[in-house]
Design a protein around this ligand. Structure first.
Ligand code: ADP
Ligand code: MG
Length: 335
C-alpha cells in the first residue's frame, strides 16, 4: 500500500494582481508532487534563480498560500486543518534555509535555538530530558555538544550553524524537511558532509527531504528524484539517475551540459539544431516557457504548452519532441 504523506496538487502561485492581470507574476505553474508514507525520499527541485523554487518551498511550509491548487498533509487540506492538525503539521514539516546566520539571534547563545523549540512544541518539561535530547540531536548531525553549546552564533562556522539547524529540525522528529538551498553558502568542501547528514537522516530515521538547489551535482549526489523547474513550470522529472545521466528535455540537456565538473558517468549528446541568431529573434509565445531558448523549438511550442510525456520507466519530459514514438502521455499524478 502506498499512502500519501504529503501531496502538492496542481499548485499555482501568482504574485501581484489577479490571475489575468498583466502586472502579475506567475511564479509557479501547476506543480504536483507526492511523498509517500512508506518510502522516505529525497526529492530535488532544481532550477536557476527566479524559477520558482523558494515559492514552492514557502507554499510547502504553509508560509504563503497557493493561488490555485491544494496541499494535503496526511490526507488533510492545509487550508482546512484544525488547530491540532496544524500544530502537528508545523512540527512534522520542518525547514532549513540557505542562510543559517539569518535564523539566529546574534545576542543569544545557540542553545536558545533548542530551548525555543522544546518550549514551543512542549517536547519535555524536564531540564535533564531536554539536555539529553539536545545532545542526541547534535550527535546525530556529527557535532560535539561541548563544542557547540554555550557558544554565540558568530563563534561557529557556517557549516556548524547549518548542522545545528539540522539538529534543531531532528529534535522535532519531523517526517519531512524542506531545505531551500541549504548548502549554497557553505564551502564546497563542507557541502558534502552536510548532504551526507541529510542522507543519513533519511536512511536511519525515515525523514524525507524536499531539497532545493540550483546545483545539479549536489542533486545527483543525494536525491532519489528530481523536478527541473524553468520559469515556474516543470520541464522534466523522474528518477535522478535517469534525468541527469540521460536528460530528455532540451532545457535539462542544457543544464547537464553546463555542470562544471563533468561526471564521467554522465553522457550528454548535443542535439542542437537552431543557430544562436535564430533563437535570439524568436518571439515569446504562450506555449512552452523554454520556447525562446530552445534549440529544437517547433511552431506548436509557441502556442500550446506541452504536457508531460513519459520518456522512460520513471522519467517525464514536458516537450513535444516526445509526442510520438514510444513516449506516451503521463498518467495524472493523482489518481
Ligand atoms: P527562486 O527561489 O527559484 O530563485 P522565487 O520563487 O524566489 O525563485 O521567485 C520566482 C519568481 O517570483 C521570480 O520572478 C520572483 O521575482 C517572483 N517573486 C518571488 N517572490 C515574490 C513576491 N513576494 N512578490 C512578487 N514577486 C515575487
Ligand atoms: Mg530561492
Amino acid at each position: 500500500m502506498s499512502t500519501p504523506l504529503f501531496e502538492l496538487r496542481n499548485l499555482t502561485k501568482v504574485y501581484g494582481g489577479g490571475l489575468l492581470s498583466s502586472r502579475s507574476q506567475r511564479a509557479l505553474d501547476d506543480f504536483s508532487l507526492t511523498f509517500l508514507e512508506e518510502t522516505p525520499k529525497i526529492i530535488t527541485i532544481a532550477g536557476e534563480s527566479g524559477s520558482g523554487k523558494s515559492t514552492l518551498a514557502n507554499l510547502a511550509l504553509d508560509f504563503i498560500h497557493p493561488t490555485e491548487g491544494q496541499i494535503l498533509y496526511k490526507g488533510k487540506d492545509l487550508a482546512k486543518m484544525s488547530r491540532r492538525e496544524r500544530f502537528t503539521f508545523r512540527r512534522e514539516v520542518q525547514a532549513i534555509f540557505q542562510d543559517p546566520f539569518g535564523t539566529y539571534n546574534p545576542f543569544y547563545k545557540v542553545d536558545a535555538v533548542f530551548d525555543t523549540v522544546i518550549g514551543k512544541f512542549k517536547l519535555t518539561h524536564s531540564k535533564a530530558e531536554a539536555t539529553k535530547q539536545i545532545h542526541e540531536a547534535l550527535e546525530v548531525v556529527g557535532l560535539r555538544p561541548n563544542e557547540i553549546l554555550g557558544k554565540y552564533p558568530h563563534q561557529l562556522s557556517g557549516g556548524q550553524r547549518q548542522r545545528i539547524m539540522a539538529a534543531r529540525a531532528f529534535l522535532l522528529k519531523p517526517r519531512i524537511i524542506v531545505a531551500d538551498e541549504p548548502v549554497s553558502m557553505i564551502d564546497a568542501s563542507l557541502q558534502v558532509r552536510i548532504l551526507d547528514i541529510f542522507r543519513n537522516l533519511k536512511e536511519s530515521y525515515g525523514i524525507s527531504f524536499l531539497y532545493i538547489t540550483h546545483d545539479l551535482s549536489t542533486a545527483y549526489q543525494i536525491s532519489d528524484e528530481i523536478y527541473v523547474l524553468y520559469s515556474g513550470s516543470v520541464m522534466e522529472n523522474g528518477n535522478v539517475d535517469h534525468v541527469i545521466q540521460n536528460p530528455q528535455h532540451p532545457y535539462t540537456q542544457l543544464l547537464v551540459s553546463s555542470i562544471p565538473v563533468p561526471d564521467p558517468e554522465i553522457r550528454w549528446v548535443s542535439r542542437s539544431t537552431s543557430s544562436a541568431a535564430e533563437i535570439a529573434e524568436r518571439p515569446a509565445g504562450n506555449g512552452c516557457k523554454f520556447y525562446q531558448r530552445c534549440p529544437h523549438a517547433m511552431d506548436r511550442c509557441a502556442s500550446t504548452t506541452p504536457p508531460a510525456y513519459q520518456v522512460a520507466a520513471n522519467q517525464f519530459a514536458a516537450c513535444y519532441l516526445y509526442v510520438d514514438g514510444d513516449a506516451k502521455r503521463t498518467a495524472p499524478a493523482h489518481p
